[in-house]
Design a protein around this ligand. Structure first.
Ligand code: F6P
Length: 486
């Protein structure tokens, strides 16, 4: 099989370079080994009419990395617009933040179509396409419109919300019906998959039998593939990186004091405000904990030109400064707040230094930081993971201290419990979580999805319209200028 993996963001990083985003960092090692071609955005834009859309094609392990300059006229409407101001808030159940103009939607469609045309270059008889994430919900349908009949799979890295939330996204019917052009759709959790199938059943009124939908595109299977990490590699990084200057400087600066760590993109789904309020509450209720525990919060800036993100950056910075002003001393800072990324190797060492890992998103597809924190611990003296029950990871890491990220008092109390947990209980919880991480690795996730895509293809019947008399929700595109959009 000639596998073509597609995602908006790609990673070229090495272990010692900073990387943004769980998806790219997770995919890099497996794509490198598999020999696949990984196609994504170069991060630059061009006018979109060039004959050769690929700006760069370079070797990546046993495969290749092919980078596209996306069309400049549509990039903003696609990335900051429809993908991150309409789909992202909806997928994270923040209907109040959904903003989308018709222009943004047109741009999203145009970029999906542009990507489909570029992918034709890799459409060989033995090809299979694996599309990643919400940036490309419509890519499968665009590829089918161009005559591609090879297997196409899709994996969503974010949650999938309740029907009523998706109904807040303009053009939701058209987009979700278009997703059925994929042969296989993967979700992080059962809840996400069930929400999707419920939309298909109720809103599209299509027959769903078990995990299979029948539509005018043929059969689509929707099922769960929880993404994992390479726990052994992370553990090795962590053990080695104690010597790294950043890690040893952090250790020295603590003077025996305990440390809690949070590592997130600066995103409203991550629950940063509630987390900082919980620490504030803890130091207020237990002033004796001042000077004995501090928080290192790494928050990598993200999507800064979107209003909701700009507001959040300002709010978190103000809150950190208030809390530090309230509880700080001349020689003690309660919260160290850093707006920059670190390499995975350094992060592993920072995680190992912290007695508590705080991963408290309001909603999260999986959250690989939770898994990485556990994998980085010293097995004989592990730290404790405080984990939101609304992160996909909570389904597997149920030996963490699970919290409701909306309950500030509850989180404050649980952080206190984590800080004073005896070593035997810490080890028991760590062992249980590590066992799961070793079973469900990123390598296994990759293999499971590709195997399911191949099996699905073997059992697939020819596409047959089953909605008698219904017209397609997906308008065929007759050239750029005459495209119709619902
Ligand atoms: O959660 C889905 C995801 O693709 C993550 O893997 C990643 O952290 C983020 O979204 C990507 O964000 P960005 O807009 O920075 O590429």
């Amino acid at each position: 099989m000639n596998l073509v993996v597609v995602s908006n963001r790609v990673a070229r990083g090495k272990a010692n370079e900073p990387m943004t985003g769980g998806l790219a960092a997770a995919l890099l090692p497996v794509v490198e080994k598999s020999g696949a071609i990984w196609v994504g955005s170069s991060g630059r834009v061009r006018d979109g009419h060039q004959k050769e859309p690929f700006a760069e094609i370079e070797a990546l392990g046993a495969g290749a990395l092919a980078l596209l300059d996306l069309p400049s006229a549509h990039y903003g409407g696609y990335y900051e617009g429809f993908a991150n101001s309409a789909l992202w808030p909806a997928l994270h159940s923040r209907s109040d933040l959904i903003r989308a103009s018709q222009g943004d939607y047109l741009s999203y469609r145009e970029v999906n179509a542009f990507m489909a045309r570029a992918l034709l270059r890799f459409n060989k008889p033995d090809a299979a396409f694996w599309v990643q994430d919400y940036h490309f919900l419509a890519l499968g349908a665009e590829l089918r419109d161009l005559g591609v009949s090879e297997p196409i799979g899709f994996f969503l890295h974010t949650p999938w919300p309740a029907r009523s939330v998706m109904e807040g996204v303009p053009h939701h019917r058209e987009l979700i019906e278009a997703m059925l052009a994929y042969d296989l759709i993967g979700f992080q959790t059962e809840d996400d998959c069930e929400n999707f199938l419920s939309y298909v059943r109720e809103n599209l009124e299509l027959p769903v039998h078990g995990d299979t939908v029948r539509s005018r595109h043929g059969r689509t299977r929707a099922t769960v593939f929880p993404i994992g990490i390479d726990a052994e590699k992370f553990a090795q990084y962590a053990a080695k990186s104690v010597m790294h200057p950043d890690v040893s400087r952090l250790r020295r600066s603590l003077n025996g004091e305990k440390l809690a760590i949070g590592v997130d993109r600066l995103d409203y789904s991550k629950g940063l405000v509630n987390r900082i309020n919980a620490f504030d509450q803890m130091w207020t209720a237990h002033p004796q904990l001042a000077r004995t525990v501090s928080l290192l919060q790494i928050a990598t800036p993200s999507r800064g030109s979107i209003e909701a993100y700009g507001n959040l950056q300002a709010e978190v910075a103000r809150l950190v400064s208030e809390v530090n002003g309230r509880h700080g001393e001349v020689d003690w800072t309660p919260i160290r707040y850093l707006n920059k990324g670190f390499s995975q190797a350094v992060l592993a060492g920072l995680y190992r230094t912290a007695q508590v890992g705080v991963v408290t998103p309001l909603h999260d597809g999986m959250n690989l930081v939770a898994k990485e924190y556990v994998a980085a611990q010293n097995p004989v003296d592990p730290g404790v993971l405080v984990l939101s029950k609304f992160a996909g990871a909570a389904k597997e890491l149920d030996a963490a201290l699970l919290v409701n990220p909306h309950d500030i008092d509850g989180m404050a109390r649980t952080i206190g419990v984590a800080l004073s947990m005896p070593a035997t209980e810490r080890r028991m919880r760590y062992d249980a979580m590590m066992k799961k991480l070793q079973q469900q690795t990123i390598q296994q996730w990759f293999v499971d999805f590709i195997d399911a895509l191949q099996d699905n293809q073997t059992s697939k019947v020819a596409a047959e319209p089953i909605i008698a008399g219904a017209t397609s929700l997906w308008p065929r595109r007759a050239g750029h200028s005459s495209a119709r959009y619902h």
